[in-house]
Ligand binder design. Structure first.
Ligand SMILES: [Fe+2]
Length: 426
C-alpha cells in the first residue's frame, strides 16, 4: 500500500505517481511554483490516480484556472469506484469548494478532518485568512481559525506547514510572541515555505518592525519564483513597508513591477485588493495617485468581479470605482446584498463614494456603522488597516483629532505614533 508524505493511503500502485504527488504537495503547501506540473506528472505515471486529479483541482484553483479545475474534477469523478471512504470524502470536499458552496464545503472539511486530520489537502482548505473560515463572513472567525488549527496541530508533529498555519492563527488573534516562536521553528524546517515567510512578515508588521520587515523580505524575495502564488502579495508587503518608511520611490517601483494588475503575477483577488489598498494608503500618506491608475483598476475590477459576492474583493472594487468616478459599477455594490458579508459591503461602498466627494461627515457615519464588523470582510489585519486608517483619516478631516487618536489607540495601538496618515501630522 502506498501512502503520501502525511501517511494517507493512496489508491495507486505506481511509485512514481506517489512520488510526484508528494513533490506536488510540498510545492502546493509551501506556495511555490510547480505543484500543477508535479500533480500532472503523477497522473501521467498513473492515469487512474484519482487523488492526483483532485490535487490538480486544487492546484488549478490556486492559479485561477477554473475551467481546468472543473475538467480535472470530472476525471476524478470517473474514478470514484474502488476508492477508500477517505478518498471519496476528499472528492466531496473538492467538489463543494470548486462549485462555490463555501458553507457546505466548510462543514464537509470539518467532518473530514475530524476523521482524517492528516489529509492535508483537505485540512488546508479551511486554514489561513483566505480559506473557508477566513472568508466565512462570520464575526469571530479569527478565533474560529485559531480553534481549528489548534486542534489539528498535535496531529502533525513537527511539520513545517502545520506549524506555519497555526502561527498565522496566533498572529491574527494578537499572540505575536507565541506566533513568532512557532514560525521560527517552521522556517527552520523549511526556509523556502512562502506561507511561513509571508506569515513571518505579518508578525513583523503587527509589531511595526518596519526596517526588520524590509530587510527580511529583501533577502527572501530574490529567489522566489515570480510565477508563484504569493509573489505579488509579498511584494505588496514590501511596498507597504516602503510606504511606512517614507520611501515613496521604492514603493512605486514595487507596485508597478510586481503588485499591480498590469505587470504583477497575482490572482485577480490579490491584484485587485493589494493594488487598491496600496493606492489608497499612499493617498492617506499624502502621495499622489493619478486618476488613470484608479480608472484602470476600476475597469479591471469590473471585468474580473462583475458580480457582487466576494465581499473582500467587493469592498476594494468599490474603492476603485469610487475613486475613478465609475458610478454605474459602484452603485451595484451600494444597492446589492450578496456575498459572505454582503450586508455590510454597501456601508463601506457608500463611505468610499462619500470620501471621493469629500463628504467626510457622511463617510464617518457609514464607516462607524461598519467598523464593529470589519473582521467579517475577511483578509488579514494588515489588509484591514486600509479600513482602520481610512476611518481615522475621516475623523481627522472633520476636525475630530482627539477622537481620531483615541480610535487609533483603541483599535491599532501599535501604529499610534507612526501611522502613515498625512493629516495626523498636520
Ligand atoms: Fe499578507
Amino acid at each position: 500500500m502506498l501512502t503520501d508524505f502525511y501517511g494517507n493511503h493512496l489508491t495507486t500502485s505506481t511509485g512514481l505517481a506517489r512520488d510526484s504527488y508528494d513533490i506536488g504537495l510540498r510545492a502546493f503547501l509551501s506556495a511555490n511554483y510547480g505543484a500543477e506540473e508535479a500533480f500532472s506528472q503523477a497522473i501521467e505515471a498513473d492515469p487512474n490516480f484519482a487523488l492526483g486529479y483532485m490535487a490538480l483541482v486544487r492546484a488549478f484553483m490556486s492559479s485561477g484556472k477554473l475551467a481546468n479545475a472543473k475538467a480535472a474534477l470530472r476525471n476524478a469523478k470517473n474514478l470514484l469506484d474502488g476508492l477508500t471512504s477517505r478518498e471519496k470524502s476528499h472528492f466531496l470536499c473538492c467538489e463543494l469548494i470548486l462549485s462555490g458552496e463555501a458553507k457546505k464545503a466548510r462543514v464537509a472539511v470539518q467532518n473530514h478532518v475530524s476523521e482524517w486530520p492528516r489529509d492535508v489537502m483537505i485540512a488546508q482548505m479551511s486554514t489561513s485568512v483566505f480559506g473557508l473560515i477566513g472568508f466565512s463572513g462570520e464575526a469571530g472567525r479569527e478565533n474560529d481559525l485559531l480553534e481549528y488549527t489548534a486542534k489539528l496541530l498535535p496531529q502533525y508533529g513537527d511539520d513545517w506547514w502545520m506549524m506555519s498555519m497555526h502561527a498565522i492563527s496566533l498572529c491574527e488573534t494578537g499572540q505575536t510572541l507565541k506566533s513568532m516562536q512557532l514560525m521560527e521553528k517552521a522556517l527552520k524546517l523549511n526556509p523556502r515555505n512562502a506561507n511561513a515567510a509571508h506569515f513571518f512578515a505579518h508578525i513583523l508588521y503587527e509589531e511595526n518592525e518596519v526596517l526588520a520587515g524590509r530587510e527580511y523580505l529583501n533577502a527572501w524575495m530574490p529567489t522566489y519564483d515570480r510565477r508563484s502564488l504569493l509573489h505579488g502579495h509579498l511584494s505588496w508587503h514590501q511596498a507597504l513597508w516602503a510606504l511606512h518608511d517614507g520611501d515613496e520611490t521604492s514603493m512605486w517601483k514595487l507596485v508597478d513591477s510586481s503588485v499591480s494588475q498590469e505587470k504583477g503575477s497575482s490572482l485577480p483577488i490579490n491584484a485587485l485588493t493589494d493594488t487598491a489598498s496600496i493606492y489608497y494608503r499612499a493617498e492617506l500618506a499624502g502621495y499622489n495617485v493619478s486618476n488613470e491608475r484608479w480608472h484602470k483598476l476600476s475597469e479591471y475590477a469590473a471585468q474580473n468581479f462583475p458580480k457582487m459576492g466576494q465581499s473582500f474583493a467587493d469592498i476594494h472594487a468599490a474603492l476603485a470605482h469610487a475613486m475613478a468616478g465609475n458610478e454605474e459599477y459602484l452603485n451595484k455594490l451600494i444597492d446589492g446584498n450578496s456575498g459572505f458579508a454582503g450586508d455590510i459591503v454597501p456601508a463601506v461602498a457608500k463611505a468610499w463614494k462619500a470620501i471621493s466627494e469629500k463628504k467626510w461627515d457622511k463617510a464617518r457615519e457609514e464607516l462607524k456603522t461598519a467598523s464593529s464588523e470589519f473582521e467579517r470582510f475577511g483578509g488579514s489585519r494588515a489588509q484591514r488597516d486600509l479600513l482602520e486608517f481610512t476611518y481615522v483619516n475621516v475623523l481627522l478631516r472633520i476636525d475630530k483629532k482627539e477622537i481620531a487618536r483615541k480610535t487609533l489607540l483603541e483599535r491599532r495601538p501599535v501604529f499610534y505614533d507612526t501611522v502613515p496618515i498625512l493629516a495626523m501630522s498636520g
